[in-house]
Design a protein around this ligand. Structure first.
Ligand code: A3P
Length: 320
């Protein structure tokens, strides 16, 4: 029963290592990753109950690495039609997070929105997002032929984006999260869904093993060459862009999903609380640039993060 489940979880939680994170919140270490209590419980629910369908497209990411952008891109790629008029794109009246729910933060969270599990896109495809690491969700993902798109981002920009985001979140209270502390915690992996490094490596290794199943891309790669990656994602998902019309479709999707366009939609500018998160809609659009960390991190902080990045990534052939 749910009561037993609940007390079981509490027992498990009370035996887990925990660390204070920003604003006096605790993060709990579960299978080597750090979670706030609510996401930990929801993650366990996802692992126990979520059954991916073969046609599912799962967008996986560490927080602040481009999830919102990829939600918009995937939705537009999958639901496009030959003579699409983007003035009717559902992303005009809906925030990307309201169109594409997240497994642990919406569907299996306390305030369940399971009705979204039956929301189908073109050709019966469900698009669902998650921040759960591959090391924890891998068996579930491998239980069906679903496809996974993983996006990641330069660790320093990811941290700065997270740092800004956390200050906007009411649930974190008014305590400032000192940047120096944030850098240390990020480097030690003690951030929500952290360690960032292990998160990235989990999905990357699966992509190397099974490139038909996991598509791995970086925020910077898409910024640099959006048309190329929209085409690639279309191919990967089995809905390739073809001919001259395909070129036009790609161009329009890239333009429509650009930071400039999306961040200027009324819905996305709104300071109203989102249906899906206890956060204003506009908190998912800040600056949308590569390299913004340079405006915040000093040399010492940069060296510190770069050192950890070299240590964690470079032996694996992945370079940032
Ligand atoms: P910044 O804080 O650096 O501006 P996530 O969606 O994973 O939470 O990541 C949020 C980051 O992606 C924020 O970065 C946000 O501004 C940026 N972003 C949101 N929409 C974007 C878009 N359409 N194109 C590029 N970046 C976008």
């Amino acid at each position: 029963t749910s009561l037993e489940m609940k007390s079981n979880q509490l027992v498990i939680t009370s035996s887990l290592p925990r660390e204070k994170w920003c604003a006096n919140q605790f993060l709990y270490k579960f299978q080597n990753f750090w979670f706030p209590l609510t996401y930990l419980e929801a993650t366990q629910q996802v692992v126990a109950n979520f059954k991916p369908l073969p046609k599912d497209v799962i967008l996986a990411s560490f927080p602040k690495t481009g999830t919102t952008w990829l939600k918009a891109l995937l939705h537009s790629i999958i639901n496009r039609s030959p003579k699409q008029d983007h003035n009717n794109n559902p992303l005009i009246s809906n925030h990307p997070h309201d169109l594409i729910p997240s497994l642990e933060t919406n569907l299996y969270a306390n305030t369940k929105k399971t009705e979204f599990l039956s929301v189908k896109n073109h050709k019966d495809v469900r698009i669902l997002a998650t921040h759960i690491p591959y090391q924890i969700l891998g068996d579930v993902l491998n239980s069906s032929d679903c496809k996974v798109v993983y996006v990641t981002r330069n660790p320093k920009d990811t941290l700065i984006s997270l740092w800004h985001f956390v200050q906007k979140s009411k649930s974190f209270g008014d305590d400032p999260w000192e940047l120096e502390v944030a850098v240390d915690q990020f480097c030690n992996g003690i951030v929500l869904f952290g360690s960032y490094y292990d998160h990235v490596l989990g999905y990357r290794q699966e992509c190397l093993k099974r490139p038909q199943k996991v598509f791995f891309v970086t925020y910077e790669e898409i910024k640099e060459n959006p048309k190329y990656y929209v085409r690639k994602i279309g191919e990967f998902l089995g809905c390739p862009f073809e001919g001259e019309n395909g070129d036009v479709e790609i161009e329009e999707i890239v333009k429509f999903c650009s930071f400039e366009n999306l961040s200027n939609q009324e819905m996305n500018k709104s300071s109203e609380l989102s249906n899906m998160f206890p956060l204003p809609y506009n908190s998912f659009f800040r600056k949308g640039e590569v390299g913004d960390h340079m405006n915040y991190l000093d040399d010492e902080m940069i060296q510190k993060i770069d050192g950890v990045t070299r240590e964690k990534f470079h032996g694996t052939g992945f370079v940032y």
